[in-house]
Design a protein around this ligand. Structure first.
Ligand code: CO
Length: 499
């Protein structure tokens, strides 16, 4: 069998999971040329929370980052993580915005698109996959891995076949919480190889200490690619370290060859960057945490959640809220916990603990129950649906959520023109997702601007309310506003007190 290949995640998931997505382009560039020489099958550099972080915290244009990294590392394909119809935000966008985003990203040099939907509803992936293929790029359809009574290897493999039929070039198993057991990883890879017949990548996190072992089992089963990072932006809530993975594979027939001297150089370089980002790192994220096996909380979410609860004066309620996450997840049809569902379930669990179960229902949680994010894998609790109906008159929808959304690109262009801002597709899609932050990027800068690294000490400004295109909540008037920072992302839940 061929040696297994490694994608490297240090420039995206590594710092998203361990340093709140705060690595700047300037901090990445000195390593880019070396990373490009290593023989990684791909470099994950973009998407996920990086676009939000570029605009919100670092004062960077994310497309400029991509272009700079492509220039500095032209040989190795670059990957991005795309949340299907949510692009890199929390709610659904119309098809024309998703298409424009993919086209702009492809034009800026993106090679491989990892496309997932938080509910594993493939209807939310079709537009992105079609557009990636139309741009001549590689579409990797992701299966979000989670455990629940309705998530079986058989069901995941069925989804793999659906992704192949939609035109995906390869299949990714996305284990965002790091909960895949080695034997399950083995079975899934073996079954997907047999029944789907496309190249397979396994992506996991070492949060619960299972990551490297899961990779080893998947490699035995014939997985084509696993994703590793570089310490100290590795292990813990991030991907297993490349060197550690190589050591685990010593003597294995599929062990790939890497220049260990160059790896050591990278490690030394990134140790310096990790120190520079010490405000955003925490030993909580670096250690093996088996709590995640119980709560299935994605990499980075747990530690951020601890901080958020403290801010709400609920620091002593962590255990209770974590247990409630399990309950809320079941009520919402066993949805996987990954952005944006992780933020929504986390918020709702916190509200349930604070005010009593379902006394206050976050609009986004109601939207999940009403199928507005897609079809949940299991059955939504009937009592919850009854409560939502009594309070808002809303019933679950049947069709693909984005079918209810009108095209937005012409309007976005008009809005930007009226503000004297650029009106190209890049500008439109950033404006669609992050209107305030995008405007700020173009605002006149004061003469002496401190470097982004030191300017983020002040509390972050409140996030704008998520685009409400699919929100059903009646605007009775928010009585409580919560701002959650989970997994390095901000999400604001405007909450109306109903009971
Ligand atoms: Co990840």
């Amino acid at each position: 069998m061929k040696p297994v290949q490694f994608n490297n995640t240090v420039l995206r998931d590594g710092h998203q999971s361990l340093a709140a997505t705060r690595m700047t382009t300037a901090q990445m560039l000195p390593a880019a040329a070396i990373l490009d020489e290593m023989g990684f099958s791909g470099l994950e550099t973009w998407g996920g929370a990086t676009i939000d972080s570029c605009l919100r915290f670092l004062g960077e244009n994310p497309f400029d980052r991509l272009r700079a990294l492509k220039k500095a590392a032209p040989k190795t394909p670059q990957l991005m993580l795309l949340r299907g119809q949510n692009i890199v935000q929390y709610t659904s966008f119309p098809d024309d915005v998703v298409e424009a985003f993919v086209r702009a990203d492809a034009a800026a040099g993106q090679d491989i698109f990892r496309i997932f939907d938080a509910l594993n509803d493939t209807r939310n992936l079709t537009t992105a996959i079609k557009t990636v293929k139309a741009c001549g790029k590689h579409a990797r359809g992701e299966i979000c891995y989670t455990t629940s009574p309705v998530h079986t290897v058989e069901a995941f493999v069925k989804m793999g076949s659906a992704l192949r039929d939609l035109g995906c070039d390869s299949i990714g198993i996305k284990d965002m919480s790091g909960v895949i057991a080695p034997r399950i990883a083995y079975d899934m890879v073996a079954q997907l190889r047999k029944k789907v017949g496309l190249p397979i990548t396994l992506h996991t996190h070492d949060t619960a200490g299972l990551g490297a072992a899961a990779y080893l089992a998947a490699i035995d089963a014939g997985v084509d690619i696993v994703e590793t990072s570089i310490a100290p932006f590795a292990n813990g809530t991030a991907q297993p370290d490349t060197l550690r993975m190589l050591a685990l594979l010593e003597g294995h027939e599929r062990c790939p060859k890497f220049d260990l001297k160059k790896l050591a150089e990278l490690r030394e370089y990134f140790t310096g960057v990790y120190k520079e980002l010490s405000k955003f790192t925490s030993p909580d994220n670096e250690r093996v945490d088996s709590d995640t096996l119980i709560y299935q909380v994605p990499g980075g979410m747990l530690s951020n959640f601890r901080n958020q609860l403290k801010e709400q004066n609920m620091g002593d309620k962590l255990q209770e809220v974590m247990a409630e996450i399990f309950f809320v997840r079941e009520a919402l049809g066993w949805i996987p916990l990954v952005t944006p569902t992780s933020q929504i379930v986390g918020t709702q669990a916190m509200l349930n603990v604070k005010f009593g179960r379902w006394k206050t229902i976050a609009p986004a949680a109601a939207d999940i129950a009403l199928n507005k994010y897609g079809r949940p894998p299991g059955t939504v609790d009937a009592e919850l649906l009854k409560l939502i109906f009594e309070r808002t008159g809303a019933k679950p929808i049947e069709g693909r959520p984005a079918d209810a959304l009108s095209p937005r690109m012409p309007k976005l262009r008009e809005e930007l023109a009226a503000k004297n801002l650029p009106t190209d597709d890049e500008a439109c899609v950033l404006h669609a997702m992050f209107p305030q932050e995008f405007a700020k990027l173009h605002a006149p800068k004061p003469a002496a601007v401190p470097t982004p690294l030191v300017s983020v000490t002040a509390p972050a400004p409140a996030a704008p309310a998520a685009p409400s295109a699919v929100s059903t909540a009646k605007a009775i008037g928010p009585l409580h506003r919560y701002r959650l920072n989970i997994g390095g992302q901000l999400s604001e839940a405007s909450v109306e007190e109903i009971a």
